[in-house]
Every structure is written in C-alpha cells, then in structure tokens.
Design a protein. Structure first.
Ligand code: NOJ
Ligand code: CA
Length: 570
C-alpha cells in the first residue's frame, strides 16, 4: 500500500496557530512548541499554509519571495529547527506551493512592471485594454476575479493590464513561458532538498489559461471564466512535466492538489498513478452544498441543504473516484471554509456529538484524511462585527453582493457572516486564559469569545472528550488496512439521515453507521446481516449490532465483521 494513503495530515494556518513572541501573530516557534500535541493526536504529517515573505493581502497566498520566511513568523533558522523537530518525532512537513500567481512585490513582477521590454514581462499575463464607446479604457476582457470585481489591473505606465484572478495583487503567472515553469521547479527543489515531504498545491488546476483569453460566459457582464481556466489540457501537461522534472526524483514525495471546481473526470486524471501527476486532490462539492453556481457567497439557494444531498455528494465522489482509480484528500474544514460543526453539524447543544460524527466520517472515508487546526476541540464559527472582518474576500464580496447582486446591506452582511473565511482563522483556543492562551497580547484577529469553555486545556481534562475521540478514531485508522485502502460500499443508501458504508480490504471488513442529523432515528441494516458484527467504536457508548438500529442524535458507530454467517450455515 502506498505511504500517502496511510498518512493523517494536520493543517496549520500559521498566523493563528500559536504566538511565541507576544506580538499577537502566530509563528514558527509557536508551532514548534506544539509538535508533541500534534504527534499525540496521531497525525503524522503537517501541512503548513504559506510561511513565505508576503504582503499579507491574502495572508500568505500572495508571495513576495519563495525563498524567504515571513519575518513575522521567524527566520530560515527557525524553519530548519522546526523541520528537524518534526522529523525527530517521526512526522513530516508538507509546504504550500502557490504556483498560479506571485504577489506584485515579487522580483519577477517588479522587473516586469518597470520595463515593458524586460524578459520578465512575459512571466505574467499582460494585455492591451479595449476602448469603450466613449473612448474610455476598458480591461482586455470580462473576466471576473474569484474574489469579485474585474480580474484585470491597469499598469499605469503602459496602456496594458495584467491578470489577477484572486486579490488585485496576486498576479497570474504565464505558464506558457518555460522560464516560469523552470522557476517554479527550482523553488520546489529548494524545499524538497531541505527535506520537506512535499506540497499542497494551490489552485493548481487553473495554471493554464485558454489561448487568446476569450470572453467568459455570454461575454457581456463580468463573468467567471471557468471554461477558460479550469483544467485545460495544458494544466495536465504542466503537472505531468512537473512530475517528470521534479517530483519523480524524490521517491516518497507527497502531493495534494487544490483546485477550483474540479470535475470528477479531472480529479481522476490528476491522481490516477498511471498519469504520473499528483497523489491526491481535494474536491469542494461538499463544501459548496447549498451555495449557488458562483460559489460560497452565491446565496441564491439560501444555503439550504439536506443530509440526503450531503450523502449523495459524498457517495458520488467516493464511488466514482474509486472506480476511476483516483485518490481523494478528504477534509471537513480548512482555512477557506467555515468551521465544520457550524456548517455541517450543530454548534449548539450537540456540538461535541456532531463533531465526533463528522470526525468519524472524515477518518473512515476512502482517501487521505486532513484535519484543520482547532477542529479537534470542536471550534465553531465566530460572531464578528463587520468592522472585525480581516479577509479581503469577505470585505470585497460584501461590496460585490450589494453592487452586482443588488442585495441590501443587511442581507449582504448576513451572507458574509455565514461563509467568511475569518471563521476558520480565529486563534486556536489553547486555554481559558486571556486571548485563549494563543498569545499574551491582543491577537491580530478576534478571539472567539467561546474560548472560555471551548479550549484544548479543558478538553484534554474531560472524559469522553472530543480530543480523546480523535485519538481513538485516528488510532483505529492507523491499524486498519480497510480504512486506509479498502473498498467502500454504501449501505442503505436511501436513508435520509444516516450515512452508512462498509470498507473492505482482504479479510477485514468494517461497517460505519453515522446519524448526521440532530434527531433520533432508526436504520435498517438488514442488507449486512450475512455477517456478525462487533462494535469497535461509538460516540455515545458501545452498542451491539441490530438489524434495525435506533440511533441518538449524531450518534456514530464503527462495527467490525467477526464472521460471515452464510459460511457457517452452509
Ligand atoms: C486557495 C487558497 O486556499 C486560498 O486561501 C487563497 O486565497 C487562494 N487559493 C488564492 O491563492
Ligand atoms: Ca509571534
């Protein structure tokens, strides 16, 4: 079995993980001080969201220099120490590779901007503007940025514009240019040679843009150019080349692709081992449940969804990726998503119970599980005032919702409050002390006021704690080939509130039964009665198997097959 299937990844968003020098900002020494905690949870791989020099317009995803550490986070020496300490504990480090764009402060872009004839001009996507009816200068096309507004910025020193698909200071690289590709390959080699295990690759399926940059959608209003930037054949070629020239030289390298609206077919083509590209990829359909076609701030479906829909999304991906020979990275939350108990569970009375159910789900699906800082204590969304928002996406989309979608202020605010990435970025709640034990001074972003009763210190002391449950389910996964690499087979797929499935690998067979609703329910498990099942783990208590099983709200169970009854009766 490939090593990447066995890994359990813990994602750190460094700015909000742990502050070591009392400036209110998380840092590398802070991470170092918590390595034992991560190891004790049972994770063996740490993915660090970007820690490179940055102007923080997109909190690290706007990179000024890929070879320097953000001074707010520490020095290269701190990084080397961190890496050594990670390895000492038998863990590995995965870096974030942001290869679709650099920041506008990156030396390549600065050179491109200064001199139109510089070879660096062709590292980016500069184009002439159009002239409007009244002679005014218009961007080259109608492409909408992922964060709202035109994707083009005017270069004031020429009559050209440059493409920025995210914040206006994240400048899209021109992957057509072999020098750009070599530049990125060099960055990768630098970090791999230092000893990191691999990369999480940011929006890696949008690195190629359609030749001629044709208008998006109907071509009139601003529109997101899905059809011209997502998974073009050239993206596949570039990743294959990256594999050949870099990744294949590092035998155990770990790669996970992050992509925008990745289709099933593309995900399989990126991750099928025969394709020689990536180990695995994320999919976002689950996270976009209840959202309209334009993404998380597209409120037109009212954020309404049912457990049945959630199940169907999960099974659909699980089964088709299995069938196609691909591999998923599974996650319930990350730095771009609301907190999972608030989004998919219950952040009120059933907070701990629903968090356990979601953890059990994430740890037992087919694919490599990722957990995100704070989810192991059931951190929730945060009640922000508008003035407390930090994220560019939220602040900009607040305007866009009013201007483009004609929402009144209060409604726009409600939409942002529901989905803002800031929820995921409040400081990790380490204790009930002031500032949640994250820092001794006021942090750069609001601390969720519920730190007084949701925090690591208290959680560790509790019997039946969420952390303890995480340790148990992780440890079960570590010992189970069925969970790491087994087939998945849905059980009672029609049930409206319970997701149930088997995972099977050779002789080992596990059955998961998870009530994803906040009400009591019953499920018929008659279709698996050909075997005898023993309870292995439960979120309320250990239960004996019954053909009609009644479940408490958010109750989740794992059963292990002890013998097949059909064989005995023969
Ligand atoms: C995806 C990252 O996860 C997100 O945080 C970032 O804003 C965009 N890519 C652009 O880099
Ligand atoms: Ca600090």
């Amino acid at each position: 079995m490939e090593q990447f299937k066995k890994r359990i990844v813990y994602q750190i968003w460094p700015r909000s993980f742990k502050d070591s020098n009392e400036d209110g900002i998380g840092d590398l020494r802070g991470i170092l001080s918590k390595l034992d905690y991560i190891r004790d949870l049972g994770a063996d791989t740490i993915w660090l969201s970007p820690i490179y020099a940055t102007g923080n317009k997109d909190f690290g995803y706007d990179i000024d220099d890929y070879y320097r550490i953000n001074p707010e986070y520490g020095t290269m020496e701190d990084f080397d120490d961190l890496l050594m300490e990670v390895k000492k504990r038998g863990m590995e480090l995965v870096m974030d590779l942001v290869a679709n764009h650099t920041s506008d402060q990156h030396v390549w872009f600065q050179k491109a901007l200064k001199d139109r004839n510089s070879p660096y001009r062709d590292y980016y996507i500069f184009r002439k503007g159009r002239t409007g009816k009244k002679g005014e200068s218009l961007p080259p096309n109608n492409w909408l940025s992922a964060f709202g507004g035109s994707a083009w910025q005017k270069d004031e020193n020429s009559d050209e514009y440059y493409l920025t698909m995210f914040t206006p200071n994240q400048c899209d690289l021109n992957w057509e240019n072999p020098k750009v590709r070599e530049g990125i390959h060099d960055i990768m080699r630098f970090w791999l040679d230092k000893g990191v295990l691999g990369f999480r690759m940011d929006v890696i399926n949008t690195i190629a843009k359609r030749e001629g940059l044709p208008p998006a959608g109907k071509g009139k209003k601003l529109d997101f150019p899905f059809e011209h930037i997502v998974s073009l054949p050239k993206s596949h070629e570039y990743i294959r080349e990256m594999h050949e020239k870099v990744l294949s030289n590092y035998p155990h390298v770990f790669t996970v692709g992050e992509g925008m609206v990745t289709s099933m077919e593309d995900l399989i083509r990126y991750t099928d081992p025969d394709e020689k590209k990536l180990n695995m990829m994320f999919q976002f359909d689950l996270h976009l449940i209840g959202c309209g076609p334009l993404g998380k701030f597209d409120f037109r479906k009212g954020y309404l969804w049912s457990v049945k829909e959630m199940k169907e999304i999960i099974f659909n991906w699980q089964l088709q990726v299995q069938e196609g020979g691909g591999w998923l990275g599974n996650f319930m939350s990350n730095h771009d998503q609301p907190r999972q108990v608030s989004r998919f569970g219950d952040d009120g009375p059933f907070r701990r119970k629903s968090a356990k159910a979601l953890a059990l789900l994430n740890m037992t699906l087919r694919g490599t599980p990722f957990l995100y800082q704070g989810e192991e204590i059931g951190m929730t969304n945060c009640p922000f005032e508008k003035e407390e928002w930090k994220d560019f996406e939220a602040i900009n989309d607040y305007k866009v919702l009013q201007e483009m979608m004609h929402l009144p202020k209060f409604a726009a605010e409600k939409v942002i409050q529901k989905m803002t990435r800031d929820h995921a970025r409040t400081p990790v709640q380490w204790s009930g002390k002031e500032y949640a034990g994250f820092s001794a001074v006021e942090p750069w972003i609001k601390v969720n006021p519920n730190y007084t009763y949701i925090n690591v210190e208290d959680e560790l002391k509790k019997e039946n704690s969420l952390i303890r449950f995480y340790k148990e389910i992780i440890s079960l996964r570590r010992q189970s080939s069925a969970l790491q690499d087994g087939y998945i087979i849905p059980v009672n797929r029609e049930h409206p509130h319970v997701i149930s499935y088997k995972r099977i690998y050779n002789e080992e067979s596990l059955l998961m039964v998870i009530n994803l609703s906040g009400r009591n329910t019953e499920i018929s498990l008659e279709e698996v009665m050909t075997s005898d099942w023993a309870c292995e783990l439960g979120t309320y208590e250990m239960r004996s198997f019954e053909p009609i099983l009644s479940l408490h709200p958010y109750e989740a169970l794992v059963f292990r097959k002890i013998k097949s009854l059909d064989k005995i009766s023969k």
